[in-house]
Design a protein around this ligand. Structure first.
Ligand code: KG4
Ligand code: ZN
Length: 336
C-alpha cells in the first residue's frame, strides 16, 4: 500500500510518499517562515495562497524522487484539521481531486494524530500502548494511546499551548517567529539560578496544564530589567530565556511522569514542534530512567509539521480498513 500525504494546516507545505512495505520513500517540505516573518506570526490568507503555489510542484517532486507514477499510488491522505480553515481547504481540495482523478480513496487525517504517530517513522519505533505528550504551537495534551484510533485524553492546557508560550516569550525578547528554537538557542548562554520562574499547576493533582501565568511572569521580568531600548541587556535576556525554558520543561516533565505513574505505562512518546527541544528530551530521559520508563521522539524535521506523518497515519488508517465519503470536509477545530 502506497500513500501520498499532504499537510497544509498552517505555514508548512508538506508532502510525502509512504509505502507499507518499504517505509518512507520521499518527502518534501516548504516552510513559509519568510512569507510571514515581517508580521510576527502566520497570516492565514497568505498561508492559503502560498500552499496553492507550492502544492503541485512539491507533489511532482516527491513522486519523481520516489519514481512513483499515479498508478502506483493506492490512496491520498491529507490533513483535514485542526488548523487554518483556508490552508486546510487547499490541501483537502487538491488531495480529494487527485484521488478522484486517479480513482483511489482519499482520507482526511487529524493533524494531531499525524504528530502522535510521527515517531513510528524512526528505526526502533515505540510499541502500543503508550502515553503521548503532544506539544505544538496549538496544543498541549497528554493522551493515552492503545492503538491506531484508540486515544483517550488525560489532560490538556487550559490556556496557551507550550509552543505558543515559547513563541510569545520569544516576541517579548525581540526574537523571530517561530520562537521555540530561538529561545532554546539563547537559553544556552543563560545562567542557571539568576531567575527562577514558576512551574504552573505542578502542585495541583491532575494532568492539565496552564502556561498563561508563566507568560505574564516573563513579561514582568522583561519589563523590570528593561533598558532604554525596551529590552534587558543581552546576558539578562539569555538568563530569562534559560529560566523560562527550564520552567516549561520542568512542568512538562512532572506531568508526563505523573501520567505514566497513574496509568502504569512505561512508554512515553513526545510529538509536535516542542518535542524538538533538546532540554525537554534530556530532562525526560533522566526523569523516566528513574522509574524504568522510556521516551521516544521523531527526528527534528518530523517533530514540526510535515507530510510524512500524514502519509504514515493515512496508510495505517487504510490498512485498518477505513474509508470516507467523497465530500470535502475540513475542520478548524477538532478534538482528537
Ligand atoms: O507542530 P508544529 O510545527 O506546528 C503546530 O502544529 O503548531 O509546532 C510549532 C511550534 C512553535 O510554537 C515553535 O515555537 C515550537 O513548535 N518549537 C519549539 C522548538 N522547535 C519548534 N519549541 C521549543 N523548542 C524547540 N526546539
Ligand atoms: Zn503541527
Amino acid at each position: 500500500m502506497r500513500v501520498l500525504g499532504i499537510e497544509t494546516s498552517c505555514d508548512e507545505t508538506g508532502l510525502a510518499l509512504y509505502d507499507s512495505e518499504r517505509g518512507l520513500l520521499s518527502h518534501a517540505l516548504f516552510s513559509q517562515i519568510a512569507v510571514h516573518a515581517e508580521y510576527g506570526g502566520v497570516v492565514p490568507e497568505l498561508a492559503s495562497r502560498d500552499h496553492v503555489r507550492k502544492l503541485l510542484p512539491l507533489i511532482r517532486q516527491v513522486m519523481a524522487e520516489a519514481e512513483t507514477s499515479p498508478e502506483q499510488i493506492d490512496a491520498v491522505a491529507y490533513t483535514a484539521g485542526p488548523g487554518l480553515i483556508g490552508a486546510l481547504m487547499v490541501g483537502a481540495s487538491v488531495g480529494r481531486s487527485l484521488a478522484y482523478g486517479w480513482g483511489i480513496p482519499a482520507l482526511g487525517i487529524h493533524h494531531m494524530e499525524g504528530h502522535l504517530l510521527a515517531p513510528m517513522l524512526e528505526d526502533n519505533p515505540p510499541e502500543f500502548p503508550f502515553i503521548a505528550l503532544l506539544v505544538s504551537g496549538g496544543h498541549t495534551q497528554l493522551v493515552q494511546v492503545r492503538g491506531i484510533g484508540e486515544y483517550r485524553l488525560l489532560g490538556e492546557s487550559l490556556d496557551d499551548a507550550a509552543g505558543e508560550a515559547f513563541d510569545k516569550a520569544a516576541k517579548m525578547l525581540d526574537l523571530d517567529y517561530p520562537g521555540g528554537p530561538h529561545i532554546a538557542k539563547l537559553a544556552e548562554r543563560g545562567r542557571a539560578g539568576r531567575f527562577t520562574f514558576p512551574r504552573p499547576m505542578v502542585d495541583r493533582p491532575g494532568l492539565d496544564f496552564s502556561f498563561s501565568g508563566l507568560k505574564t511572569y516573563t513579561l514582568n521580568t522583561v519589563a523590570e530589567h528593561a533598558q532604554a531600548d525596551g529590552l534587558p541587556d543581552e546576558q539578562t535576556c539569555a538568563d530569562i530565556a534559560h529560566a523560562f525554558q527550564e520552567a516549561v520543561v520542568g512542568t512538562l516533565v512532572i506531568k508526563c511522569r505523573r501520567a505514566l505513574e497513574q496509568t502504569g505505562q512505561k512508554t512515553l512518546v513526545i510529538a509536535g514542534g516542542v518535542s524538538a527541544n533538546t532540554r525537554l528530551r534530556e530532562e525526560l530521559e533522566a526523569a523516566l530512567a528513574k522509574i524504568g520508563a522510556r521516551v521516544f521522539y521523531a527526528r527534528n524535521e518530523f517533530c514540526t509539521d510535515n507530510g510524512a506523518m500524514i502519509a504514515y497515519a493515512g496508510c495505517q488508517r487504510l490498512l485498518a480498513g477505513q474509508t470516507e465519503p467523497l465530500a470535502v470536509n475540513v475542520r478548524a477545530r477538532w478534538p482528537l
